[in-house]
Design a protein around this ligand. Structure first.
Ligand SMILES: [Zn+2]
Length: 508
């Protein structure tokens, strides 16, 4: 009977055996938990230009070496070097309370001592002239210039428990308040950055914001706008406390001790790992995930999970499929958060690779199972992605909605750097697990938010897609679809064009 099996069936059969081994290795010998612990807990967040980013680059190269996979750190640019230190923020009057808050990335330090002062709320002034005459009053004070949120409960919580009338009332008064706050700021004639610098020049002790992320206990933590005085973000709860005490005339004082180090201009890297192809070494299957993060949490889901997915996938491939036909390369990009800089630089620096890309798979929207895969406008993507997906186990494949040929992404994550260069690059898009509210760029993007079963499923999916892409007898078609006419302006749709990487950043 065996002799009668057709060539096709035996091809599928041998593929199936490898796929089964991939699933077994991922399930029975998962390294995801270890990788997450070492990267997120031991190394920590990975702000561009920070020593921890470089530590992560070095950790990955060393980890790959233990798996017998060659890897290197490839410099693509330079950035302002800054190292986060302590953030100790306490209310010291009218009573003592340690506050939940942190300095923003690149905040100036308080030079090893605590700075104590009263709060002042940026008032509603009629115009830029009155703003200028009010400005000297910030001298020696901490300036609060975020709106005080009317509720610390997320809308879903109101939806569940409030009366409909009460929920509507809260929302409409919040909208009014938000509009009024926006106009309060805009009447100064300055944007937020210029405003922070104006407070600084006028002798403020620091600027205090609360960038609430609309969920329980979550704030987004981005970069500072000040150059001499600290920029700190305080949790909604503690910011509200200070705000109300200030409004009611109780003159609260806070003590702020934030440390940080300026490290000059430092080199910044992509970490590149690869298993050389045995038949077509100059054709590339690229697994892609940015390595950097914001630093309010540890970048667990943005993009620790994408990072460990790609590491785990290639680890499994090295073990099960050590001699791929095409080269399998993992790109751990730097400075995605400031504009896809690491991947754009890679595309610029490696035209020889980019023109020979079989496929790029990028993952960068959280810890969830992959549920969407679009064709990015590549006309024939349906054929090869469909062929490869057909080997993915049913329980993983059935969750993935596909869109062909789809539309090319102009940004959002690193696949766009490749799409803009005409390379077939795709986004393995996850279900949300409340990513936008709770983990994306927040202080709560930490190890405990990882859903390891979902990440495991993604590692299996990625390893199988990479395996099938490497084995495929056909080189992928790069033919682009004609994009539909833009409904708003009647212009023909146009494909995204490459954008230059910022090679020297954060210096102003
Ligand atoms: Zn990201």
């Amino acid at each position: 009977m065996a002799m009668l099996i057709s060539a096709n069936v035996s091809y599928a059969q041998s593929k199936k055996e490898t796929v089964d081994k991939i699933v077994k290795e991922a399930t029975e010998n998962s390294q995801l938990e270890n990788l997450a612990h070492e990267l997120l807990d031991v190394v920590g967040p990975r702000l561009v230009g920070s020593p921890l980013m470089k530590q992560a680059n070095d950790w990955a190269v060393a980890k790959y070496a233990t798996w017998g996979i060659s890897a290197k750190n490839e410099q693509w640019g330079e950035w302002r070097g800054w190292e986060r230190g302590i953030s100790h923020i306490d209310m010291v009057y009218p009573r003592i309370k340690s506050l939940e808050g942190t300095q923003l990335a690149w905040s100036p330090s308080t030079k090893g001592k605590a700075v104590v002062g009263e709060m002042v709320i940026y008032p509603d002034l009629p115009d830029s002239v009155s703003f200028k005459s009010w400005l000297p009053s910030v001298k020696g004070k901490f300036v609060m210039f975020s709106m005080n949120q009317p509720t610390g409960r997320p809308d879903y919580n109101w939806q569940e428990f409030a009366t409909p009338e009460s929920f509507e009332k809260m929302k409409s008064s919040r909208t009014k308040q938000t509009d009024a706050w926006r106009s309060r700021i805009s009447k100064t004639g300055l944007n937020l950055k210029a405003l922070a610098l104006a407070f600084e020049s006028a002798g403020a002790l620091g600027v205090v914001t609360s960038n609430w992320s609309s969920g329980f206990g979550v704030n987004k933590i981005f970069g500072a706008n000040t150059t001499k005085i600290p920029s700190i973000d305080i949790s909604l709860e503690d910011y509200g406390l200070l705000y109300r005490l200030t409004e009611s005339g109780h003159k609260p004082k806070i003590s702020v001790n934030v440390g940080s180090k300026e490290l000059g201009v430092v080199p910044t890297f992509n970490t590149i790992a690869e298993i050389k192809g045995s038949e077509k070494p100059n054709e590339y299957v690229i697994l892609s995930a940015h390595f950097d993060s914001w630093d309010g949490g540890t970048g667990a889901t943005d993009n620790g999970t994408g990072t460990i997915t790609m590491m785990e996938a290639i680890r499994i491939l090295k073990k099960i499929y050590p001699n791929p036909k095409r080269t399998i390369l993992v790109g751990h990009w730097g400075s995605e958060e400031q504009g896809l800089n690491g991947s754009r630089a890679f595309v610029e620096d490696h035209p020889e690779i980019v023109k020979n890309i079989q496929v790029v798979f990028n993952q960068d929207n959280g810890t969830g199972r992959v549920v969407n895969l679009g064709g990015q406008g590549f006309l024939n993507s349906y054929a090869y992605l469909g062929r490869w997906l057909s080997m993915v186990p049913e329980d993983i494949r059935k969750q993935i909605a596909t869109t062909f040929p789809g539309t090319p992404g102009g940004g959002g994550s690193d696949y766009a750097s490749f799409v803009a260069a005409g390379a077939p690059a795709f986004s393995l898009s996850s279900n949300s697990w409340s990513y936008g509210t709770y983990t994306w760029h927040t202080n709560r993007d930490t190890y405990d938010k990882i859903v390891f079963d979902d990440v495991r499923s993604n590692a299996i999916l990625t390893a199988i897609l990479a395996y099938m892409a490497s084995e495929d007898p056909e080189t992928t078609s790069k033919e682009k679809s004609v994009l539909p006419v833009n409904a708003r302006n009647g212009e023909p749709g146009s494909w995204p064009q490459p954008v230059k990487a910022t090679r020297k950043g954060g210096l102003n």
